[in-house]
Ligand binder design. Structure first.
Ligand code: HEM
Length: 143
């Protein structure tokens, strides 16, 4: 492995940590937001926290994760590896979930939330499950 490869991998891991921090915390904010009275000052504060978290941390981190991940795959020749295809399927699911969170966030900002707190507690677990699968695939490389 070249030194540049390892630097990009370090960047990849930093970006993943930042993205995942948001993916794990944002649905938790949705749980609290769904409990706040609509139109309240508290609801507005949650909307601001959600917007800033997505815009300044999660969205840039998602972009850096994808670019650095593809750069690693290109340099290493892993593009043909079965584990990377499996990993990409899970990363696409995680990215779709990110998009879905953005949609929910806009509903909350418009005071038009459609779900109860329990719904957000359940979807809070999905990023964790995807992350465990992704890390096992990239570290163990089982196929
Ligand atoms: C967006 C598309 C992604 C692509 C194309 C991609 C691709 C790669 C590649 C090729 C490596 C290098 C593997 C090696 O050198 O052994 C790597 C490392 C890694 N990736 Fe990704 N990745 C992506 C997203 C993610 C995500 C979302 C996560 C976690 C949630 C993740 C977790 C990791 C970890 C933990 C490593 C370090 C593994 C090691 O050094 O053993 N990746 N990635």
């Amino acid at each position: 492995m070249t030194e540049a490869y390892l630097w990009i991998k370090a960047l990849h891991i930093v970006a993943i940590i930042s993205w995942m921090a948001g993916m794990l915390y944002l649905p938790r904010l949705f749980v609290y937001h769904a409990q706040a009275p609509k139109g309240s000052e508290q609801a507005q504060t949650f909307a601001t926290m959600e917007r800033r978290l997505m815009r300044f941390i999660m969205a840039p981190a998602l972009i850096v994760t994808w670019i650095s991940g593809f750069s690693l795959a290109y340099q290493s020749g892993y593009f043909h590896a079965g584990w990377l295809h499996g990993k990409l399927a899970l990363v696409v699911a995680l990215t779709a979930l990110h998009g879905y969170f953005g949609w929910i966030r806009k509903d909350f900002t418009a005071d038009a939330n459609r779900h109860d707190p329990r719904f957000y507690r359940i979807i809070n677990e999905v990023p964790t499950i995807l992350m465990v699968g992704i890390v096992i695939l990239v570290v163990i490389k089982p196929f």
